[in-house]
Design a protein around this ligand. Structure first.
Ligand code: NDP
Length: 248
């Protein structure tokens, strides 16, 4: 469904997985889209071409979301190029799983840094412009692990729970400027991230999913696009799970 007027979306971690599906979904809905990635330059170039074929403008930049200065520069460059950012989606994320007794400080810092600091850097960089324009929407990707916790994921669960607290606080802070901030918390979605789990572990986990399948990145992208759309104009501070029922 086409959006009214031209809008600009910014997506962190757009080169692969859920972020990639979000980029394509928003482009199909008529957004000009800027996305960043950490290292997958080849995937980013291919995606840029795919988006351009949808007749909207696209910009792909290699930006590490843990680098606040680089994120600030990226947002300024995107706004100079495509125009003010109407929608920010934070999908950049990593896992470094392991039991707490064996967890290194490096694995803790890497996960908290990318997943939680990365949401802070992106949101802070876009929000002042949105406040000045008195409109905007932010959708942050958390996880069911952030809502319920998951063994061997203390770092990841903490980062994803942090995103929920962050987004709820932000929604209260900026609602009066006409800005909405929401969370999408997926369960098991078929991407490179879940491929790391291995077939045996995945089959066991699927046994706990009432719908008995992995979710698709496109299904998550549809929910993100809905939350960003005018149909969701009265939804803010919410955490919407898309998990095939795994948390029931
Ligand atoms: P993928 O591993 O498929 O993709 C991760 C994306 O994030 C890539 O584009 C990657 O870039 C980017 N990225 C990672 N680190 C950085 C960084 N420091 N700076 C910029 N970009 C970075 O992950 P998914 O698509 O599966 O996950 C997307 C989000 O959804 C994550 O936040 C994840 O935690 C969350 N999620 C995923 C679930 C799942 O089952 N897949 C379930 C619940 C939540 P590059 O390609 O360059 O490495």
């Amino acid at each position: 469904m086409a959006q009214q007027g031209k809008r600009v979306a910014l997506v962190s971690g757009g080169s692969r997985g859920i972020g990639r599906a979000v980029v394509l979904e928003l482009a199909a809905r008529g957004y000009d889209v800027a996305f960043c990635y950490r290292s997958a330059a080849e995937a980013a170039v291919l995606l840029g071409k795919e988006v351009a074929e949808l007749g909207v403008r696209c910009r792909a930049d290699q930006v590490d979301v843990t680098d606040a200065a680089a994120v600030k520069e990226w947002v300024a460059a995107v706004e100079g190029d495509l125009g003010p950012v109407d929608l920010a989606v934070t999908s950049a994320g990593i896992t470094r799983d392991g039991p707490l007794v064996l967890m290194s400080e490096e694995d803790w810092d890497a996960v908290l840094g990318t997943n939680l600091d990365g949401v802070f850097t992106v949101c802070r960089a876009v929000v002042f412009g949105m406040m000045k324009r008195r409109s905007g929407s932010i959708v942050n990707l958390s996880s069911v692990s952030g809502v319920h916790g998951n063994a061997t994921q203390t770092n990841y669960s903490a980062s994803k729970a942090g995103i929920i607290g962050f987004t709820k606080a932000l929604s209260k802070e900026v609602g009066r400027y006409g800005i909405r901030a929401n969370v999408v918390a997926p369960g098991l979605i078929e991407t490179d991230m879940t491929a790391q789990l291995g077939d045996k572990a995945l089959a066991k986990m699927l046994g706990a999913v009432p719908l008995r399948r992995l979710g698709r990145a496109e299904e998550v992208a549809g929910l993100v696009a809905y939350l960003a759309s005018d149909e969701a104009a009265y939804i803010t501070g919410s955490v919407l799970q898309i998990d095939g029922g795994i948390t029931i």
